[in-house]
Design a protein around this ligand. Structure first.
Ligand code: V47
Length: 386
């Protein structure tokens, strides 16, 4: 089917299928694809582009799983570079966060073989003690599955207990590629694709919102990507619990897949665009600036994405895998990126409640600068002439 035929389907409100997804990934005209995705984005969100003031935290990087793309985890507690926080140090870090606008703590950890379940519960309780208003977006579905197996609980029991301790929502990490042919080769010893989805289903049934991701640009094919997106779409049709989808671009340093090239900017933008078109029931598509790089993330705001993630402050997973983006960004920098893309910056909380909607720039910043310079010159000339 041609792009024009897919466009016709979209206009008629028809759902895209597997074959359409493949065609979109194969479409050579990136700008035409981007235009379709941008139209879908604008019909939902107009120019609104979300970001938040958040911080990343990892309690431990000790992980018994051996994912071939991962550069962040250490197998054992005494391996060089491994670390596990104390409760006090974790709480202090949150208490010391200087910006009162902080709304979210995003925590992802390794699968530590020895920490008791109560340790995590106490960690969450302490976070809420030091900053009662903070939203705790913590633990991937892979971690929840690990807790369930290790501590002999159902997903529901794990989630209920963590929620009673303060957990508010779950991030989307750990999805990688859901298809077993890929998963078997890159992350064979953790939750399967089905288990990843089952944990999210359990969270949604408890009323807990979650995000979802896809790690692309390594050994998978376009078929695997389309399959992955359609699996997520099917679960969303059932539960409606996904808030946001985040395509994650593979980084190749310091891991066992380092011989593979990383995805190009064209692949990044195409993946964002196809995600927006196939995941027609997931409201938000995030251009995670750490994973895409700042420039591509900004461009992605015209290819279907309507969110940039947040300030983050201290990112570790992508930096371990060779990313050279900053460790964090200021709120002003995020606002500038969004404005320069001609969009309206909207500071949000994790549930997409609006914290502050900022005005759109009157013109792209570069043009503003020229105008300001000309205005300054004119007033100098007036003074000179008086
Ligand atoms: O699960 C690990 C991925 C994920 C590499 O939910 C890698 O709002 C690329 O899930 N190259 C963690 N990717 C990050 C994540 C996330 C990020 C931002 C926002 C949200 C959200 C979730 O990072 C992991 C894994 O899929 N990852 N190593 C790598 N070498």
């Amino acid at each position: 089917m041609s792009l024009a035929a897919i466009e016709e389907k979209l206009r008629a409100g028809e759902r895209l299928d597997f074959q359409d997804g493949l065609e979109l990934f194969m479409e050579p005209d990136l700008l035409a694809l981007g235009r379709l995705a941008n139209a879908a984005r604008e019909s939902r969100h107009g120019d609104r582009t979300y970001f938040n003031v958040n911080m990343r935290f990892e309690a431990t990087n000790v992980c018994y799983a051996d994912c071939s793309f991962c550069a962040f985890s250490k197998l054992k507690e005494d391996d060089p570079g491994s670390h596990t926080t104390t409760h006090e140090a974790a709480w202090q870090q949150l208490a010391d966060f200087p910006d009162p606008r902080l709304t979210e703590l995003h925590m992802v950890n390794g699968l530590h073989p020895d920490l008791p379940f109560e340790w995590y519960e106490e960690l969450l309780r302490g976070f809420k003690r030091v900053r009662p208003g903070i939203h705790l977006k913590c633990f991937t579905a892979v971690e929840i599955h690990f807790f369930a197996e290790r501590f002999g609980m159902t997903y529901e029991e794990v989630l209920r207990r963590l929620s009673q301790a303060g957990l508010d929502s779950m991030p989307g990490g750990g999805a990688e590629i859901l298809h077993p042919d890929v998963r078997r080769r890159i992350s064979h010893d953790k939750a399967s694709g089905e288990q990843y989805l089952a944990v999210h289903r359990a969270a949604h049934e408890l009323g807990m919102p979650t995000n979802c991701t896809m790690l692309y640009g390594h050994i998978e094919t376009f078929e695997h990507r389309v399959d992955h997106l359609l699996e997520l779409r099917a679960l969303q049709a059932e539960t409606g619990g996904f808030q946001c989808f985040i395509p994650l671009a593979f980084h190749n340093e310091n891991n066992s897949l380092q011989k593979l090239p990383e995805p190009t900017a064209v692949d990044d933008l195409r993946t964002v665009a196809v995600s927006r078109l196939l995941l027609d029931n997931v409201p938000h598509i995030k251009a995670y600036w750490v994973s895409l790089g700042v420039d591509t993330a900004q461009l992605a705001l015209r290819f279907g994405a309507n969110d940039l993630d947040g300030t983050i402050v201290h990112e570790t997973i992508y930096h371990a895998a060779g990313s050279d983006v900053p460790m964090g960004m200021t709120r002003d920098e995020l606002i500038r990126l969004i404005r320069e893309a001609g969009r309206v910056p909207v500071e949000r909380d994790t549930r997409y409640g609006i914290v502050e909607e900022l005005p759109k720039a009157a013109a792209p910043e570069a043009a503003m600068k020229v105008r300001e310079r000309n205005r300054a010159k004119r007033s100098l000339a007036t003074i000179g002439g008086a």
